[in-house]
Design a protein around this ligand. Sequence first.
Ligand code: DON
Length: 305
Amino acid sequence: MKNYHKIITEIYSDLKNVNDIGKVANYIPELANVSDSNFGVHITTIDRNSFGIGDSDKKFSIQSISKILTLTLAYQLEGEKLWKRVDVEPSGNPFNSLLQLEADLGIPRNPFINAGAIVVCDILISHLQHPKEDFLAFCKEISNNPHLKYDEKVAQSEKSSGYRNIALCNFIKSFGNIKNDIDIVLDFYFYTCALEMTCKEVSEIFLFLADDHFITQKGKRVLTMSQAKRINAILLTCGFYDESGEFAFRVGLPGKSGVGGGIIAIHPDEFCITVWSPKLNKKGNSYKGMLFLEQFTTATESSIF
Ligand code: DON
């Protein structure tokens, strides 16, 4: 596996004790209980070489990283009709903003902001008999990983403090772009955000976006090549909210962050790499995670550009 192992080890030890100016998310109370010194990295290449360092085998709350998984299942089930309900433009606004929805008549700018992911959850509820169970089964199937589960405490914590998401869901429903009961949609959305995984598990579950020939254990493709291209394109332009330009500029890979401090970055035809460090910058993205990935793609000369 190229010289990834050596470079990751060097950058990891350089950054381990760097002055981290980020802050752990506390608007979801349960997330504030996680030690802010956690720091893990894991890379999985498309030929299934794998290397992890630090806290790469500890479970963390993947939060908005799950928005890629809900989008993928909705895209499988709904096809191109999906894009009538959610757009593919960068929002240039914070992940939980209500601002643009009024002018955009309840059509979220993209599926990776909270508004978009809530609409995607609504679409899934219209298709799935048992949304939480069926979505988890989908995640297990595409990762060939039977150990995935929701963190109940995080789901309940978010449910009891999710005022902005409740507002978003109601507001979108007023435009007719939520079809199901808002309590059911929000409950499902909170659970999807509460999926817990290790860095290793995250870097494995997204291989279908890096490997054009990826098939599941059951011999099925997850998405067509064209669909995978589209998801990577939206990740590049929208995966980091109002910091998407900055991430593309510094790292040069499609990727997605979560307020649990995880970041997945995907190099099509090469690898998936996950970094977890819970302290977030002002835009809600892991401070050390971005720093690590910037140094990694620079040292390995492995961005998409
Ligand atoms: O809905 C929320 O606010 C969280 N469950 C997810 C937000 C998130 O991860 C944004 N990421 N950087």
